[in-house]
Design a protein. Structure first.
Length: 72
């Protein structure tokens, strides 16, 4: 019975966001940066910190017009 109760508490409940630790937030940020670099991301990331931890991440993507012509 305890196993089922723990699994229910680990999952995101409706209306309640999942609270991530600082380490988890940093890991997700690094994963996102690596994924964007692999896709030739054109733009910038804005990372807001609050008391030493990541508070919010915003992604601003620019449209590169004529990139197809440059690759040829």
């Amino acid at each position: 019975m305890n196993g089922a109760m723990e699994n229910k508490n680990d999952k995101q409940q409706i209306g309640k966001p999942v609270k991530l630790s600082r380490t988890e937030k940093h890991d997700r940020l690094f994963e996102m940066i690596h994924a964007l670099a692999g896709k030739e991301f054109t733009g910038y990331l804005k990372v807001n910190f609050s008391q030493g931890g990541i508070a919010r991440i915003e992604k601003f993507e620019e449209i590169a017009l004529g990139r197809e012509a440059l690759k040829e």
